[in-house]
Design a protein around this ligand. Structure first.
Ligand SMILES: [Zn+2]
Length: 168
């Protein structure tokens, strides 16, 4: 199995630490809700640093191939996860202040710094934000055809997984 990494995020950033790892999509329950299949593995690298304005950050790189469910035909839709982003570490007061300045778009997203920063939860959140809201095959590749009823009474082979999900 894989280890669920927790980091002291400020220490991690200020000392330029790095972790790399792999996690199966099956280990990310919120993401799993959006996937057609639990198959596949996410590879990630998280590197800490401090920017020119002295703001600590995490640089996050993720790659992995997952399968979404086409909203038209309910078939599998291959999706490449390619994320390369920077998250600024802020304390709660700074986040509140940022929330208050509406319309002031920041270049990078901010996350709450913590001494017990849950790396997988952050990765999962970033993936969820990156997914298309309503994934669909391109019209030529979609199995949905007018007149045919979707599903056809076939059982969803992944329905059983719903019972296996970890309680959040
Ligand atoms: Zn489709």
């Amino acid at each position: 199995m894989y280890a669920r990494p927790f980091i002291d995020s400020l220490d991690f950033a200020e000392n330029g630490k790095e972790i790399k790892g792999e996690v199966p999509f099956a280990g990310m329950p919120r993401l799993l809700d959006e996937l057609e299949s639990p198959d596949g593995v996410l590879q990630y690298t998280v590197r800490g640093g401090v920017d020119k304005l002295d703001v600590p950050f995490l640089h996050v790189v993720m790659t992995g191939d997952c399968r979404l469910q086409c909203q038209r035909c309910l078939g599998a839709l291959e999706h490449e996860i390619r994320i390369d982003t920077r998250l600024l570490l802020r304390d709660q007061a700074e986040l509140d202040a940022l929330d208050a300045q509406e319309g002031d778009e920041e270049e990078f997203d901010s996350v709450l710094a913590s001494t017990q920063f849950d790396v997988l939860s952050m990765l999962e959140e970033e993936i969820l934000l990156s997914l298309p809201i309503s994934p669909r095959h391109e019209s030529g590749a979609c199995q949905a055809k007018g007149g045919e009823s979707a599903g056809n009474g076939k059982e969803n082979p992944f329905a059983a997984l719903a019972n296996l999900k970890v309680v959040k």
